[in-house]
Design a protein around this ligand. Structure first.
Ligand SMILES: Nc1ncnc2c1ncn2[C@@H]1O[C@H](COP(=O)(O)OP(=O)(O)O)[C@@H](O)[C@H]1O
Ligand SMILES: [Mg+2]
Length: 230
């Protein structure tokens, strides 16, 4: 049961949105997903409350430094994927979650401030490798990308990442109304009405392509550190 963590020390980078899209897409394919909601804003917990029961998804709402490891070990028998949504802050919980992950996804909007928050996560990953010899696989996912134009800021961020040889997912998460509305309406993209949400079909395709790409990088057979240590 791989652990996938969304991290960027800047708030508003698109972590929670990307985490929820991945969770709902994985659940839709039949995988059992447990989301650890470590974002103090608790958007995913709120989404879960208004959604009612969603097949294959469990949400753990209160995650602390003291409890995170226990949440993983207690739920691993009934979980195919763990998804951790972190606060937009650099703290010990973040470093611990990263250390327990099989893959860290770093959502970055095409802007310099977001790239800086992403760079801080890359720094933590580099420190872990240098100081403890632990290499955690990771990728950047570009978020809130304009579906029509490539902005100059986005090109600059892409160049920066290429220079640092950081993997960037081929599928960016596009700016879509459906990805905002899902937090207001609850449920999944599949529960929305195409006549009420613009470009719902494109949003669904985008979320599916994102999840498929992540699944290729983090196949179910990946075994997390916790299990290896057990
Ligand atoms: N792909 C997207 N399309 C539309 N709105 C988005 C998208 N990604 C994020 N948002 C909006 O941007 C804001 C910040 O996103 P959020 O996922 O909460 O970021 P974070 O968890 O990094 O703080 C929210 O209002 C969210 O609805
Ligand atoms: Mg968040």
């Amino acid at each position: 049961m791989p652990v996938i963590t969304f991290a960027n020390t800047k708030g508003g980078a698109g972590k929670t949105t990307a985490a929820l899209l991945l969770a709902t897409e994985l659940a839709n394919t039949g995988a059992r997903v447990t989301i650890l909601d470590a974002d103090p804003q608790h958007w995913i917990s709120h989404w879960h409350e208004i959604s009612g029961k969603i097949a294959n998804i469990d949400v753990i709402s209160f995650v602390s430094l003291a409890s995170i490891q226990a949440h993983l070990s207690e739920n691993r028998a009934r979980t195919d994927y763990f998804i951790i949504d972190l606060a937009g802050a650099r703290n010990t919980l973040m470093a611990t979650a990263i250390g327990l992950s099989d893959h860290v996804l770093i959502p970055i909007q095409g802007c310099a401030m977001d790239a800086k928050g992403g760079a801080q996560v890359l720094e933590i990953l580099a420190q872990l490798e240098k100081n403890a010899g632990i290499r955690i696989d990771h990728s950047v996912v570009l978020t809130r990308v304009n579906s029509l134009v490539t902005t100059r800021a986005l090109q600059v961020v892409k160049q920066l990442l290429a220079q640092r040889a950081v993997r960037v997912l081929d599928t960016p998460i596009v700016e879509r109304a459906a990805f905002r509305d899902i937090f207001d309406c609850g449920g999944t993209l599949g529960d929305m009405y195409p006549n009420r949400v613009s470009n719902l079909d494109k949003a669904c395709q985008n979320a599916r392509a994102f999840a498929e790409e992540v699944c290729k990088l983090v196949p179910l057979r990946a075994v997390n550190r916790l299990r290896r240590a057990a």
